[in-house]
Design a protein around this ligand. Structure first.
Ligand SMILES: [Zn+2]
Length: 335
């Protein structure tokens, strides 16, 4: 690879840490993945999608790495498609293990195996998850179809994986901490280098946008906002001058301030929900007030999960009550 090609996609963001910017075909048009240099090879954090363009960039970079064993392991911060989609291909091609938390691995394998066309119980559960929100059937059918469409953006994952857990490990004589938080996903890992004060944050802290925090299918009564805020507060225990290397957008050095801004933003939205519930409303009605714009089926899915997250947060705070409604679609009203 020429220096110019290498320069297009890679930046040495700290000694021994290379950021690779990979394309995504979404509104969010890129993901940052990272290579960490160890004494005997490189560790890749996150993978990008299963996509010809993204994989060919990775292959060119791996082929040019200055070491006998170019790649020694893949770590996925969490199991969203942009973070783990290409892991199966990388692990098979370079014969390297995948490290990921147990809950993320099991959750995504479960998603990849979903086949509601041949599983009527699952089909009913999926329909019911959206129906309870008051989303019309024609719309939730589109949502479910678009969601399952993402199955194609993953390479099949390796059948064996290594379990990423809270704790420390050493790379090149430096201590890294694995910090696992619930909220954006069920067991999202961020990596903190205590010798250099560097945080590879995944989607836990981003510089400008806020990560989606949603009630998940199968956890209808969950309170992910509460867990998410707890995770952000935990990051404030790290040094204030930590260099944050996120999975999207730019690096930052204002970790504490950004964590506070994010917490404030989620609480503001949670507060809006109370006003939308001055008259009894379905989740879909609240959603439309919170997101008053055209939504694609996938955006509708994200907006529903997020709306339910705010609703459940406010129910737990006793600011909203769930009313037994005539139908099987609950109404929510300010307490
Ligand atoms: Zn994510």
């Amino acid at each position: 690879m020429t220096t110019e090609q290498y320069d297009t996609h890679t930046t040495e963001v700290a000694p021994g840490i290379i950021q690779i910017r990979l394309p995504l075909p979404f509104a969010l048009d890129h993901i940052n993945v990272y290579l960490i240099e160890d004494s005997d090879g490189w560790i890749l954090v996150d993978t990008g999608l299963k996509s010809e363009q993204s994989q060919s960039i990775l292959k060119t970079i791996f082929d040019s790495l200055p070491m006998e064993i170019p790649l020694k392991a893949v770590i996925a911060t969490h199991a969203h498609v942009d973070h783990i989609g290409a892991a199966g291909w990388i692990c098979e091609t370079w014969k390297v293990p995948l490290w990921v938390t147990k809950a993320e691995y099991e959750g995504i394998q479960n998603f990849l195996g979903m086949d509601p066309k041949n599983d009527s119980v699952l089909a009913d559960e999926l329909n019911d998850f959206y129906h309870r929100g008051g989303i019309p059937e024609t719309e939730y059918e589109l949502i479910i179809r678009s969601l399952l469409g993402f199955q194609r953006a993953f390479h099949p994952l390796p059948e064996k994986y290594r379990c990423l857990e809270e704790g420390t490990f050493s790379i090149n004589g430096e201590t890294w901490h694995i910090l696992i938080n619930d909220g954006h996903t069920v067991a999202h890992a961020s990596l903190f280098n205590q010798d250099k004060n560097i945080l590879i944050s995944g989607d836990q802290v981003l510089a400008r946008i806020s990560s989606n925090v949603s009630v998940r299918f199968g956890e209808y009564s969950g309170n992910p906002i509460k867990s998410w805020i707890k995770g952000l507060q935990r990051l404030k225990d790290l040094p204030a001058n930590t260099l944050v290397l996120p999975a999207h957008e730019k690096s930052m050095t204002n970790l504490h301030e950004r964590a506070d801004q994010l917490i404030e933003g989620y609480l503001e939205n949670a507060h809006k929900i109370i006003h939308f519930c001055l008259t009894p409303s379905t989740a879909e009605e609240i959603l439309r007030a919170l997101f008053p714009r055209e939504l694609s089926p996938f955006e509708h899915h994200l907006a529903y999960g997020e709306t339910m997250a705010y609703i459940n947060y406010q129910i737990a705070e006793s600011n909203i009550k769930k009313l037994g409604s005539e139908s099987d679609i609950p109404l929510y009203v300010a307490a």
